[in-house]
Design a protein around this ligand. Structure first.
Ligand SMILES: Cc1cc2nc3c(=O)[nH]c(=O)nc-3n(C[C@H](O)[C@H](O)[C@H](O)COP(=O)(O)OP(=O)(O)OC[C@H]3O[C@@H](n4cnc5c(N)ncnc54)[C@H](O)[C@@H]3O)c2cc1C
Length: 461
């Protein structure tokens, strides 16, 4: 059977590639092959534990694909042949394609901790049955240890703290939680908030073993501390699923990502890769970046779907800016682009400024909360390198303004003059808007940096 476009993988990247290809090329037949029949919306997995009253509320439905006239096949692709243009399913079926898209995502790679294979040690899987089992265990367990303090571990800790009786430990090997997304002050605030919710945090701590007879009973840290556990949740170790591509002879980089160019084309003719399985490059350095986000995945999917029968859209995927948001307790945190830490590591010279204001005006209005904006600019060009935001729900959209500014290479001077909409019930006051105020402060710093450089030059001459 010949299909024009075959997409392997039914996650966000696969779905959006298929929908885009079908809308841009309606005459083409499109088929999504997915291994998991009972998929879930991955970003909401943590909230399946308590916030959603039933796990079924987070089902990844087929409706958008069916409505668009896209075929869906549930089954595992075990191989594909780039020369013959065929894919083979586990059940033996062979399908032919004109264009193939790999959207195989990430797979869980359990860390090499002794005892990790014990009963009651769980990983996070993107299937309904697995997450239903996890929820059942979470509801029974009194003592839960989460290994990994990135955003997924922190979101799980936050969610599990809804059970006031549960004793929860969050273990992170790095010195701070969410270290790759935020600078210290934001990481520290996230840790403080989790601690006020009763989470026991151990940063700079390595788990050396998961102990118990048959099932996990405790976790031992490199400090020697032994933490009792009824269950252990592993939230580290995702790895791009590039094996299928590697087996077919495609170029796959060291971490398992499938190599792609700026149009999501692999090194094999008529084969694209999108989402978590595809190579990500950092927006500023173009180095390979281990950033796996649904927002990036779907942008790549729109790119591949549009360009699949010829390049129509030029230079839209210029690398990932890792735009990301989360909520801990009632507070939102978000970041995009570089942090001060990554600027220092990569040798980028920068100026930074932080501004804080209530997100309503006057700030005594009901529902007001403090909005904090930190912006980072290149110290000569003034081009925006990154931003971090914390505050109420508006932080989630404010970071998207910052993300747009980064991608459009907006300068501090342009932001200082930005026209914005404000309203007492909706936004900070125009006089103190932290996006503008942080830019204004950064501009003053940038001027003085440039002035002192000039003075230095004059003094030398
Ligand atoms: C708990 C959690 C919370 C998250 N929260 C956020 C968030 O708030 N914001 C955000 O941007 N990102 C978030 N992410 C990341 C986001 O989920 C991923 O970036 C996104 O799912 C990537 O989409 P994808 O389609 O590339 O891969 P996946 O979603 O991994 O989908 C790949 C699919 O391909 C299937 N597949 C693989 N191999 C085969 C095969 N051989 N044959 C058939 N099918 C196959 C897999 O079964 C899977 O269903 C979160 C992730 C997790 C785990």
């Amino acid at each position: 059977m010949k299909i024009n476009v075959i997409v392997i993988g039914g996650g966000p990247a696969g779905i959006i590639t298929a929908l885009t290809a079908k809308s841009v090329y309606p005459q083409k037949s499109v088929c999504v092959i997915k291994e998991i029949g009972d998929g879930v919306i991955p970003c909401a997995i943590p909230y399946m534990m308590h916030t959603l009253s039933d796990t079924s509320q987070n089902a990844m439905g087929n409706m958008p694909l069916e409505k668009a006239g896209i075929d869906i096949k549930v089954g595992k692709v075990v191989s594909f042949d780039p020369k013959a243009h065929t894919v083979t399913l586990e059940a033996g079926e062979v399908l032919s394609y004109e264009k193939l898209v790999l959207a195989t995502g990430t797979e869980v790679r359990m860390p090499p901790i002794p005892g990790v294979g014990k009963e009651n040690v769980f990983s996070i899987k993107k299937s309904m049955s697995a997450m239903k089992a996890l929820r059942e265990k979470v509801h029974q367990a009194g003592k839960i240890v989460i290994i990994g303090g990135g955003f997924i571990g922190a979101e799980f800790a936050d969610e599990l703290s809804q059970d006031a009786e549960a004793e929860i430990y969050l273990i992170e090997i790095m010195p701070k939680l969410l270290l790759s997304a935020f600078d210290d002050e934001f990481c520290d605030e996230i840790a403080r908030l989790l601690e006020t919710q009763g989470i026991n945090i151990r940063t700079g701590s390595r788990v050396v073993s998961i102990d118990g007879v048959g099932s996990a009973e405790s976790v031992t840290l490199d400090s020697g501390e032994k933490i009792p556990a009824d269950m252990v949740l592993i939230s580290v170790g995702a790895k791009p699923s590039g094996q299928l591509a590697e087996d077919a002879g495609l170029r796959v980089i060291e971490n398992g990502s499938v190599w792609v160019d700026d149009y999501m084309r692999t090194d094999a003719e008529d084969i694209f890769a999108v989402g978590d399985c595809a190579l990500k490059r950092d927006f500023f350095t173009r180095k390979a970046a281990p950033v796996w986000l649904a927002s990036t995945a779907t942008a790549e999917a729109r790119n591949a779907g549009t360009n699949i029968y010829g390049i129509r859209v030029l230079h839209q995927i210029q690398g990932t800016i890792a735009a990301f948001s989360t909520q801990i307790g009632k507070k939102s945190f978000a970041s995009a682009g570089m942090t001060c830490r990554s600027c220092e590591k990569e040798g980028f010279r920068f100026v930074t400024a932080t501004a804080v204001a209530p997100d309503r005006h006057p700030g005594v209005l009901p529902g007001a909360s403090e909005l904090r904006v930190k912006l980072i600019f290149s110290d000569r060009s003034g081009i925006m390198l990154g931003g971090q935001v914390s505050g109420g729900p508006s932080a989630g959209e404010l970071i998207n303004t910052i993300a747009l500014a980064i991608q459009k290479k907006v300068t501090v001077r342009e932001l200082d003059m930005l026209q914005i909409a404000t309203h007492p019930l909706l936004t900070p006051a125009p006089t103190v808007h932290p996006l503008i105020n942080a830019s204004h402060q950064a501009l003053a710093k940038l001027r003085s940096t440039i002035q002192s450089a000039r003075d230095g030059t004059q003094n030398q001459s």
